[in-house]
Design a protein around this ligand. Structure first.
Ligand code: BGC
Length: 765
C-alpha cells in the first residue's frame, strides 16, 4: 500500500466514519499470551516490566565517551537482555541517528528474539513527536501546538500516518506520542508539546493523530503503523509553580471536565499504551495513583493495553515525592497502583529494579496475579504491533520516506497553523518587489523554528539539521530575490547559567540595513528547550528583544512581528506599534517556507489560536472562563478577562460573513439531539479557509457554569462569493458538566449556541 494513495483518499474522508473501539485482541491471542506467560520464569516476567535507555547498552572508550558511530557493548547487551531479561529499550543516546546507524542497532535487538537468545521480543520506544525527530532526514512537522492551530483533523491524521510510515522505515514501532496534556499554564516548558488549552479540540485532534499512528486499528497493526502512547496521564501540564514536574492542584470537577476527556477519547479510539505523569496532583504522585490508573483507566474505561512510567519515576517516589521509604516500597507502590512498565532507565539501577521487584513478588508485596496482569498487557501490545511475526524487511521497503508528498504535507500543516494576529491597513500580503530586512534571533535558524525534540532532546544542536530546508530569512529571500533581502540578527538568544538570556547585537548593522529596506520582518521568540531545562522565571519576552522591536519601530518602516515561540510570551508593549503580527508557534522544517508563502500571499492564512494569548504576565485566563470573571464594574478593576488575543482567533486575507444560524428545534429532550446550521460566505476577493467554531453556554446551572465551551468545529475552504451551509449535531453529552465530586451530570434548562457572534437559544427538558 502506498501512503500517498492514503493521503489522496483522506481529503474525501470524514474521520468519524472510522470504527472507534478500544484496543483488544481476540480470544485466540489471549490464549496464546496465557500460554507464553505460563512458560516464563519469574525473572522473565519481571524483566518484561523493565525498560532501559539505549545508552545503558552502548560501548564507551576508556574515558567513558560513547564510541561513534554508536555500537552495542556485547557484555552490557547480554547482561541486560539475556540475564535480566529486560523487555524494553527506549530513546537514542545523545543525538539523532542516520538510517544506517538505526540499521546497525535495531536488527540486533530483534535478532536476540529471532535467534532464540530470549523468549519474548523487545519493544523499542521513541519520542517521534513532530515527525521522526531522531532519524536524520525524516519529515519534520510543526510541533503539536502548531498542529492544533490548524484545527484540521485530516491534517493531524496525515501527520500521524506519515510519522508512523517513517518510523517503520527506521524499524521502530512504538511512539511516545501524542501529548494530551492541556496548555493551561503558559510558564510550563512543554506547553508547545500539547494540543492547546481546550479539551474538545485536543480530544478531536489527539484522536486523529492516534488513528493516524495506528491506522485506525484497535487490534493488530499492519506494516505501516505504530502503537501510540498517550501522555502524561494526567494533570502534568498544570504545575502550580510553572516549573516542570512540580505539584499540580486540580479540583475533581476540572479533572473530569478538562483533563481526562482527551485521554478517554483516544483510548476509545484504540490507543495501546499510556505514559504516566511525573508530577503529583493534589498530593498524589501520578505513579502511585491507583484510583486513576487501576480503578478509572483499567476497570472503568476498560483499557487493555499497558501503562509505562516516565523517566526514573519509580525512583522518584522515594527520592523526590517522599512517599516511599526505599526502592522496595516505591516499586511495590507503583506496580500495585497500576503502572505496568518502569522506565528505570539506567544501569545499574535497572538491575536493582529487577532484583527488588523479584523479591517483592516472592515475599508477597506484589502479587503474582498483578505481575502477570502487567506482563499480559505488555505482551498484548507486542503481539499487536507484530513483534512476534518473523517477517524481515528490506532496505528498499518504505520508498516514500522523506518524499515530496510527505514534505508537502508538513508544509501544508505549517501553512495552516501559522496564525495572522494583526494586519493593520492590510500591510500584508507584501508585494514580491518589496525590499525586506529580516531581523531578530529566530530569523535565520532552523533549530529555532523546530524547537526541542529535534535531532537532540533540547533541540539546540545544529549539526543534524535537515538538508535543503529554509530558514525564515532564506525563504523570504527566495520570494523577493537575494538582492532584495538582508538579515541582521539585532539581538541574540543564549543560555547563561542554565537560563535563557538575550542582548542586543550590532545595532548599527541593524539600523543601516533597516534604512535600505521597505519593511522589517522582526523574528523574536525563545531558545529551543523542554522539560526542566525549559523552565523560565517570567512570561515576558526577554528585554533585548522588546528593545529591538522598539528600535525597529523608531526607524519608521513598517514592521511585521514574527513570533517563534514554544509558549505565548507576553509582548503587550510591542503589539500596538507592530503593523502586522504572525504567530508561527514552532512550525518545523518547512515553517520558513510556509511563513514566506503566507507573508507574500501565495497562501491565505487560516491558522487559529489554540489558546488564549495572555496580555499581562500575571493574568492567565481561558476562553471557557465562567461569566463571573467578566464582571465589568464602573472601574476597570473588575475587567479581569483581557487576553492579548482570544482562543480561536486568527485573521485571513479574505472576509467571511456568517448568517442564518438556525436550530431544528428549540426544545430538546434527554434522548434527543439538535441540528444546527449556519451559512458562511466568502465575501472577499481571495479563496480562503475558515474554521467554523460552535460554542455552547449553559445559562444557569447548580454550580457555576463555564461561560462557553467549544463543542464543534469544521474547517472549510471557500472561493470568493461562495457560500457553504455548515451543519453540526448537538447531543446531550455536549451539555453535561461535572459536579464538585467529579461526576458528570446533565441539568435541564436554557442553553445558548454561538457561532461567530451569532447566537440562538434552546431548552433541555
Ligand atoms: C519525558 C517523556 C518522554 C520520555 C522518554 C521523559 O523525560 O517526560 O515525555 O517520552 O522522557 O524520552
Amino acid at each position: 500500500m502506498k501512503i500517498y494513495a492514503i493521503l489522496g483518499l483522506l481529503i474525501f474522508t470524514n474521520l468519524s466514519v472510522f470504527a472507534q473501539e478500544r484496543f483488544e485482541l481476540d480470544e485466540k491471542a489471549e490464549k496464546e499470551i496465557n500460554k507464553i506467560i505460563s512458560e516464563l520464569t519469574l525473572v522473565e516476567k519481571v524483566g518484561q516490566t523493565c525498560q532501559i535507555t539505549l545508552d545503558a547498552l552502548l560501548a564507551r572508550d576508556e574515558s567513558g565517551e560513547l564510541l561513534e558511530p554508536i555500537q552495542f557493548d556485547p557484555e552490557k547487551f547480554n547482561i541486560a537482555l539475556c540475564e535480566y531479561r529486560v523487555g524494553s529499550i527506549l530513546n537514542v543516546s545523545s543525538h539523532t541517528l542516520t538510517m544506517d546507524e538505526w540499521n546497525n542497532i535495531l536488527p540486533k535487538v530483534n535478532n536476540a528474539f529471532l535467534n532464540k537468545k530470549i523468549n519474548v521480543p523487545i519493544i523499542y520506544g521513541i519520542d517521534a513527536i513532530h515527525g521522526v525527530n531522531y532519524t536524520v532526514g525524516a519529515t519534520l512537522f510543526p510541533q503539536e501546538i502548531g498542529l492544533a492551530a490548524t484545527w484540521n483533523n485530516d491534517l493531524s491524521y496525515e501527520f500521524g500516518e506519515i510519522t508512523a510510515y517513517e518510523m517503520r522505515k527506521t524499524g521502530l514501532r512504538w511512539n511516545f506520542s501524542p501529548v494530551l496534556d492541556l496548555a493551561r499554564q503558559p510558564l510550563w516548558s512543554r506547553y508547545f508539546e500539547t494540543l492547546g488549552e481546550d479539551p474538545y479540540l485536543a480530544g478531536e485532534l489527539g484522536e486523529s493523530i492516534v488513528m493516524g499512528y495506528q491506522g485506525s486499528k484497535y487490534s493488530y497493526l499492519d506494516d505501516f503503523h505504530v502503537a501510540s502512547c498517550l501522555k502524561h496521564f494526567v494533570g502534568y501540564s498544570m504545575p502550580q509553580s510553572g516549573r516542570d514536574r512540580t505539584p499540580a492542584w486540580i479540583p475533581q470537577k476540572f479533572m473530569t471536565e478538562l483533563y481526562l476527556p482527551p485521554f478517554k477519547k483516544s483510548i476509545d479510539a484504540g490507543a495501546m499504551t499510556l505514559m504516566i505523569n511525573s508530577g503529583d496532583v493534589n498530593g498524589i504522585p501520578g505513579h502511585a495513583n491507583k484510583a486513576l490508573l487501576t480503578d478509572l483507566l483499567k476497570d472503568e474505561w476498560g483499557f487493555k493495553g499497558f501503562t509505562v512510567s516516565d523517566w526514573e519515576d519509580f525512583i522518584m517516589l522515594q527520592t523526590v515525592h517522599n512517599v516511599a521509604a526505599d526502592q522496595r516500597e516505591a516499586i511495590a507502590m507503583a506496580i500495585n497502583a497500576g503502572v505496568d512498565m518502569s522506565m528505570v532507565p539506567y544501569n545499574p539501577q535497572y538491575k536493582e529494579y529487577c532484583e527488588t521487584l523479584l523479591k517483592c513478588v516472592e515475599e508477597g508485596d506484589v502479587s503474582m496475579e498483578r505481575l502477570e496482569d502487567a506482563v499480559r498487557r505488555i505482551l498484548r501490545v507486542k503481539m499487536a504491533i507484530g513483534l512476534y511475526d518473523k517477517k524481515s524487511y528490506k532496505k528498499t521497503d518504505y520508498p516514500d520516506f522523506a518524499s515530496e508528498a510527505f514534505k508537502n504535507s508538513a508544509l501544508q500543516s505549517a501553512q495552516e497553523s501559522i496564525t495572522l494576529l494583526k494586519n493593520e491597513d492590510d500591510l500584508l500580503p507584501l508585494k514580491k518587489s518589496t525590499k525586506v530586512l529580516v531581523a531578530g534571533p529566530t530569523g535565520n535558524n532552523l533549530t529555532f523554528i523546530n524547537g526541542a525534540w529535534t535531532h537532540t532532546w533540547q533541540g539546540v544542536d545544529e549539526s543534524y539539521n535537515t538538508e535543503n530546508c529554509e530558514t525564515i530569512y532564506s525563504a523570504i529571500a527566495k520570494k523577493v530575490g537575494a538582492e532584495n533581502c538582508q538579515y541582521a540578527q539585532g539581538a541574540n538568544l543564549v543560555l547563561k547559567g542554565g537560563w535563557e538570556t538575550s542582548t542586543l547585537v550590532d545595532s548599527s548593522d541593524f539600523k543601516s540595513k533597516a534604512a535600505n529596506s521597505d519593511v522589517i520582518v522582526l523574528c523574536v521568540g525563545e531558545l529551543p528547550s523542554t522539560e526542566k531545562p525549559g523552565d523560565i522565571r517570567s512570561l515576558d519576552l526577554l528585554d533585548a528583544q522588546m528593545d529591538l522591536a522598539k528600535m525597529a519601530y523608531r526607524t519608521g518602516k513598517p514592521v511585521v512581528l514574527v513570533l517563534v515561540e514554544a509558549r505565548p510570551r507576553v509582548i503587550h508593549d510591542i503589539v500596538g506599534d507592530a503593523n502586522a503580527v504572525f504567530q508561527t508557534y514552532l512550525p518545523g522544517d518547512y515553517g520558513g517556507t510556509a511563513l514566506a508563502d503566507l507573508m507574500f500571499g501565495d497562501v491565505n492564512p487560516s491558522g487559529k489560536l489554540p489558546y488564549s494569548y495572555p496580555k499581562y504576565p500575571g493574568v492567565v485566563e481561558f476562553y471557557d472562563r465562567p461569566k463571573s470573571v467578566d464582571r465589568s464594574g464602573k472601574s476597570n478593576e473588575f475587567d479581569a478577562f483581557e487576553p492579548e488575543w482570544e482562543f480561536g482567533f486568527g485573521l485571513s486575507y479574505t472576509d467571511f460573513e456568517y448568517s442564518n444560524l438556525s436550530i431544528d428545534k428549540s426544545k430538546m429532550s434527554r434522548t434527543d439531539s439538535i441540528q444546527v446550521t449556519v451559512d458562511v460566505k466568502n465575501v472577499g476577493d481571495r479563496e480562503g479557509k475558515e474554521v467554523v467554531q460552535l460554542y455552547i453556554s449553559d445559562l444557569k446551572a447548580s454550580i457555576v457554569p463555564a461561560g462557553k465551551r467549544l463543542r464543534g468545529y469544521s474547517k472549510i475552504d471557500l472561493k470568493p462569493s461562495e457560500t457553504e451551509t455548515v451543519a453540526f449535531t448537538i447531543h446531550t453529552d455536549d451539555l453535561q458538566f461535572s459536579d464538585a465530586q467529579g461526576n458528570w451530570i446533565l441539568e435541564n434548562g436554557e442553553f445558548q449556541v454561538e457561532i461567530s457572534g451569532e447566537n440562538v437559544n434552546f431548552e433541555l427538558n
